[in-house]
Design a protein. Structure first.
Ligand SMILES: Cc1cc2nc3c(=O)[nH]c(=O)nc-3n(C[C@H](O)[C@H](O)[C@H](O)COP(=O)(O)O)c2cc1C
Length: 374
């Protein structure tokens, strides 16, 4: 065993993280309407959790077509940039570090969420199955719905999308973020380009694995131009078993996830990406990530690797001691325990999370979880 601790600092992108406990990206659907604008309530939520070594915002759409769920925030309008600035200033005042998760849902959307009620855009015109979107049905009310049939992006439109990532990174910098994380997981746009199930293109963005990774590479290059590679992270969700549950959660599964994601990690390493975030399967009885994959990632990628998915202090400590990971995201546990690092460090009891108040609504189940009195 080693004496590595979750409470030791970590260097990431020229920043000094004060511990290895991270707030992973967590959609809460509480932005102000109309306009999907980050607000004071969100600033309070992130500030409450600023003792994390590292924080990533909820998924934040880079352009109007990138939205797949009502009330999620964006980073493409002036008002949104101003709203996020309040968040970053409040977090920085507490000595926290915060990256913005740049999100485009691609086909996982609905005409009612799209500009002029147009169909969502995707690498290929293949409808997402076994996954739901969330649409507004009235003021502060909404419902789950099936995603709409998407239209295939033309080659110039794909290039234009790369430029939208570039603009979003510029906005993230204006808003005061320390960096950006590219959401390339969970069956959304970048993942749709990577997977052969959702990408049947015949141009340079489809076909071979190299071609399917081209969009990811160009999006990385575009955001690196703004922040430098060290301040750009990438999130993947590689899945290794194809069960119904997984399809419900993601809407797609890779044919050969090991080969796909190890090759992608090598590419990101060459680009100088600052960290890799791996979202592990997180439902009850979900399969473990193969150890051979963790080892191959370590081999392929030299910067820090963050793991999330039902982590406990003991599991994080184990993965750290084995040398597989450097940073650990605690999702639902961090929502319910704003002072999570303090609680873990002192062995204090944890508040349970209330699943009913995760998405939408106001303060309840968002900023009213109690801090420990001990
Ligand atoms: C309410 C909720 C919202 C989430 N939103 C996002 C998101 O916006 N972007 C993302 O990459 N992952 C998202 N995730 C996945 C989490 O970042 C994390 O990987 C997952 O919750 C597993 O960690 P946990 O078991 O500690 O909660 C979300 C998960 C939950 C529960």
């Amino acid at each position: 065993m080693t004496d590595l601790s979750l409470f030791q600092p970590l260097a990431l992108g020229g920043l000094k993280l004060r511990n290895l406990i991270a707030l992973p990206p967590l959609t809460c659907s509480r932005s102000s309407q109309p306009g999907n604008v980050p607000n004071d309530l969100m600033a309070t939520y992130y500030t409450q959790r600023a003792t994390a070594g590292f924080m990533v915002t909820e998924g934040t759409q880079i352009e109007p077509r990138g939205q797949g769920y009502a009330w999620t925030p964006g980073i493409h309008s002036e008002a949104q940039v101003e709203g996020w600035r309040k968040v970053t200033e409040a977090v920085h005042a507490q000595g926290g570090v915060i990256f913005c998760q740049l999100w485009h849902v691609g086909r996982v959307s609905h005409t009612s969420l799209q500009p002029n009620n147009q169909p969502p855009v995707a690498p290929s015109a293949i409808r997402a199955s076994a996954v739901k979107v969330f649409i507004e049905t009235g003021p502060e009310t909404g419902a789950l719905a099936d995603p709409s049939e998407p239209v295939e992006l033309t080659t110039p439109q794909v290039r234009e999308l790369v430029e939208f990532y570039h603009l979003a990174a510029i906005n993230a910098k204006k808003a005061g973020f320390d960096g950006v994380e590219l959401h390339c997981a969970n069956g959304y746009l970048v993942n749709q380009f990577i997977s052969e199930h959702t990408n049947q293109r015949t141009d340079e963005y489809g076909g071979s694995l190299d071609n399917r990774l081209r969009f990811l590479r160009e999006v990385c290059e575009a955001t690196i131009r703004v922040f430098g590679g060290e301040r750009v992270g990438v999130r993947f969700a590689p899945l290794f078993e194809s069960t119904d549950e997984e399809r419900v959660y993601l809407g797609l599964v890779e044919q050969d996830p090991h080969q796909t994601y190890v090759q992608a990690a090598k590419m990101l390493d060459e680009l100088g990406i600052g960290y890799l975030s791996i979202a592990e399967a997180d439902w009850d009885n979900s399969p473990d990530l193969p150890v051979s994959f963790r080892e191959a990632l370590r081999e392929a990628f030299s910067a820090p690797i963050m793991y999330s998915g039902r982590y406990t202090e003991a599991k994080a400590q184990d993965i750290l001691a084995k040398g597989y990971g450097d940073l650990f995201g605690f999702g639902r546990t961090f929502i319910a325990n704003p002072d999570l690092p303090h609680r873990l460090r002192n062995g204090l009891a944890l508040n349970p999370v209330d699943a009913a108040t995760l998405y939408g609504g106001g303060e309840q189940g968002y900023v009213d979880y109690p801090f420990s009195k001990l």
